[in-house]
Design a protein around this ligand. Structure first.
Ligand code: NAD
Ligand code: MG
Length: 410
């Protein structure tokens, strides 16, 4: 058998992680799983370990690690269980692993992704927050070690496919005029604005086209997800903010486009299923089957496009502003957003207060240049502290909040 690619999958129990294993399972001759990781869902990780037989499993939480260790021993599986952030960094950078799927959610994914970059791995990047918060540091590490970054975010994967092969970050030389990021507009694209006050976490997570983890689902509903993707595109493709345009496309069939100076637009289309970008990056430069349903254009019939409504989606403006401000501003934006989304998901914050909290934290933030990981982590820490202060200083829960808490409990 030809050499199989050895993979570490960071965040294997999540939505992207599970889709990655689904594709991997279709190609037993091509891939071998070296390590799987999760935060605390030991039961899901246990099942994955039995099926994919990794050498190492990592759980962030020590109790969950102990539980997993015992269960694997009882099942007779020879899998070493480690725990903690250092262990995540080790399996991301360990010798013998070629490819690392970075699919942890949030800035929690930054250190392991950076470890993979420093070790020169082939990185399949789903964890957009690591580029948003530490774009300069991560891109420098990739260049210094000779690592490669293949985008998993469906829009960025589409752009990667629509750019010339071997594109090296020079948009002018490649004749690229603009990048168009498509956005579905999420579940509240047409909801009357006054009703947004009372929407529940479950409503926000009911995305019309994609099934995803809860954090990115809320980000899609506020369109902060697209804002983070604008910043991600800036770092990945070395394009200026004014060259990145967001277009609402409710069908999620065109995953993004590149516009060239001769008037050509090159798009990538497909059913909204993350296994397509995952298979593209796993197999690259070859094409491999993904198990997705093929797109029938005669059933799609028509595609729609509109400009995003800035009043409905203030998070998009906040992200462009943070990108323009530069330095630690995107890290502060991300931190405040993570606090706001967690608070919304637990019933503590109204949907429309998410941008209000982020704007307040950004106003508080003292921007600094980013030259190291420590600069990023310091900005993350201080923005979280100011977001927490904002949450603590609000008026006592009113009727809307009581309703939301009820919804969150039910
Ligand atoms: P998810 O919540 O479904 O899964 C997250 C994974 O990360 C889980 O395995 C979880 O155990 C692990 N994790 C969470 N917190 C952790 C922590 N503090 N330390 C270590 N591990 C932790 O998330 P998802 O939807 O799969 O998204 C993962 C990443 O991919 C995000 O950055 C998201 O923006 C990006 N992404 C997701 C999709 C999608 O379709 N789900 C699409 C594009 C990009
Ligand atoms: Mg996306």
């Amino acid at each position: 058998m030809a050499d199989r690619r050895r993979l570490t999958i960071l965040g294997s129990t999540g939505s992207v992680g599970a889709s990655t294993l689904d594709v991997v399972a279709r190609h037993p001759g091509k891939f071998e799983v070296a390590a799987l990781t999760a935060r605390h869902r030991a039961a899901a990780l246990f099942d994955q370990c039995l099926k994919f037989r990794p050498e190492i499993a990592v759980v962030l939480d020590p109790d969950a690690a102990q539980d997993l260790r015992q269960r694997l021993r009882q099942a007779g599986a020879a899998c070493e269980v480690r725990c903690g952030m250092e262990a995540l960094e080790q399996v991301a950078g360990m010798p013998g692993v070629d490819t690392v799927m970075a699919a942890i959610v949030g800035i929690a994914g930054l250190r392991p992704t950076l470890a993979a970059a420093r070790a020169g791995k082939n990185i399949l990047l789903a964890n957009k927050e690591s580029l948003v918060t530490a774009g300069a540091v991560l891109m420098d590490a990739v260049r210094a070690s000779g690592a490669t970054l293949l985008p998993i975010d469906s829009e960025h994967n589409a752009i990667f496919q629509a750019l010339p092969r071997g594109y090296a970050g020079n948009a002018g030389m490649a004749g690229v005029r603009r990048i168009l990021l498509t956005a579905s507009g999420g579940p509240f694209r047409a909801t009357p604005l006054h009703q947004l006050e009372e929407v529940t976490p479950d409503q926000a997570c009911a995305h019309p086209n994609w099934v995803m983890g809860r954090k990115i689902s809320v980000d899609s509903a506020t369109m902060m997800n697209k804002g983070l993707e604008v910043i991600e595109a800036h770092w990945l493709f070395n394009v200026r903010p004014d060259q990145i345009e967001v277009v609402i496309h409710p069908e999620s069939v065109i995953h993004s486009l590149v516009e060239y100076i001769d008037g050509s637009m090159i798009a990538q289309l497909g059913n909204p299923d993350m296994r397509t970008p995952i298979a593209h990056a796993l197999g690259f430069p070859e094409r491999i089957a993904a198990g997705v349903e093929f797109l029938d254009l005669t059933r799609v019939r028509s595609l729609h496009f509109e400009r995003p409504d800035r009043q409905r989606f203030p998070c998009l403006r906040l992200a462009y502003e943070a990108l323009a401000a530069g330095g630690t501003a995107p890290a502060a934006l991300n931190a405040a957003n993570e606090v706001a989304v967690a608070s919304f998901l637990s019933g503590g914050l109204g949907f429309r207060q998410i941008p209000a909290l982020i704007e307040a934290a950004l106003a508080d933030h003292v921007r600094a240049p980013v030259t190291s990981l420590d600069d990023v982590l310091a900005a993350d820490h201080s923005a979280r502290a100011s977001a927490d202060r904002w949450l603590g200083a609000r008026e006592p829960a009113g009727k809307g909040q009581a309703l939301r808490q009820q919804a969150a409990r039910s």
